[in-house]
Design a protein around this ligand. Structure first.
Ligand SMILES: [Zn+2]
Length: 309
């Protein structure tokens, strides 16, 4: 054990090793690495210290942050939840993005998104989102697509080579967009975050779909088809809510934050993905409870089941 000019007896050395192993002390500068630019480390040092508290090894921290530095994230939908996820990913050190949305910024977005609204009313959301990335991220690389997800959309062209896809697009319907993206993601072995927070589920938890590890979007669709077959909807108290059923920004931020943390967790454990069950949850504002349930992989799933490998 080397300590600049200090000599320790065996007991002291063993004690120092113990403290280091427990993550209580570090024997060298834990942020020192050749893998990442010095300015990037300076900008994200609080994030690196946060990772160090959890991972307890400077080497692992550098590896995880390098994966984040190199990753390319595609985001479909840049409304309240999509822009919240984007903002938080930039603050974690992600810097390469592919953005897909067809809508423009409206005045009511001032209460729901982190965009600089004063300068961007009626501008495409992709432009506002690109400006947000350029404000927050280190050496950003951004591709934008002003379009909507259709049945015939060629996803290979749109999101080829990305490390992870996030879906917050609620049109035409989030169930369909998730299935289209999930089938593409399965084929190309790319994880998909089906982010929560839409329509009447304003603070729901998104689910991370990891190919052949978690259930896929088809497994979820089958699960709901079965479990909701006898369910009769109760009349909604607001009859005219087509298209403009908004949520509080704090509820959207809740959904965005849980998805952003799920993405961070995935990057922290990328090489150690164990088969896990999926599930959904929702924060219920009226009594502050969290409603959640588990969804298992469907072995007969037409997309990820045993017969389709
Ligand atoms: Zn499946």
């Amino acid at each position: 054990m080397k300590h600049s000019g200090l000599a320790f007896d065996k007991k002291t050395e063993a004690f120092l090793y113990f403290l280091e192993k427990e993550g209580i002390i570090t024997l060298s500068n834990p942020l020192e690495t050749e893998q990442l630019p010095a300015e990037y480390i300076e900008q994200y040092k609080r994030q690196l210290y946060f990772l160090l508290d959890i991972l307890r090894s400077p080497r692992k921290v550098h590896e995880v942050q390098k994966k984040i530095f190199d990753a390319k994230i595609a985001i479909f939908g840049l409304g309240a939840v999509g822009s919240g996820i984007l903002q938080q990913l930039c603050m974690m050190g992600f810097r390469q993005f592919v953005l897909i949305d067809y809508a423009c910024v409206e005045e009511n977005d001032i209460a729901r998104t982190p965009y600089s609204i004063a300068f961007q009313i009626n501008e495409p959301k992709i432009k506002a989102a690109k400006a947000l990335i350029e404000e927050l991220a280190f050496n950003p690389v951004v591709q934008v697509h002003n379009e909507t997800l259709k049945t015939q959309t060629d996803l290979g062209e749109l999101v080829g080579g990305v490390s992870l896809i996030v879906n917050t697009a609620d049109e035409p319907y989030v169930g369909y967009t998730n299935i289209k993206l999930s089938r593409h993601a399965l084929q190309h072995n790319v994880p998909l975050v089906a982010a929560g927070g839409f329509d009447a589920h304003l603070a729901s938890l998104g689910e991370l779909l990891v190919p052949n590890v978690t259930p896929c979007a088809d497994c979820y669709a089958t699960f709901f088809h079965e479990s909701l077959k006898d369910w009769k909807p109760i009349p909604h108290p607001v009859t005219e809510r087509e298209g403009w059923f908004g949520g509080l920004s704090s509820l959207s931020t809740f959904s965005a934050s849980t998805s952003a943390l799920e993405i961070l967790f995935y990057f922290m454990n990328q090489d150690d993905q164990q088969v896990v069950s999926g599930g959904r949850g929702e924060f219920l504002f009226h009594d502050y409870s969290l409603d959640s349930y588990t969804v298992e992989r469907d072995e007969n799933c037409q997309s990820c089941g045993e017969g389709h490998k």
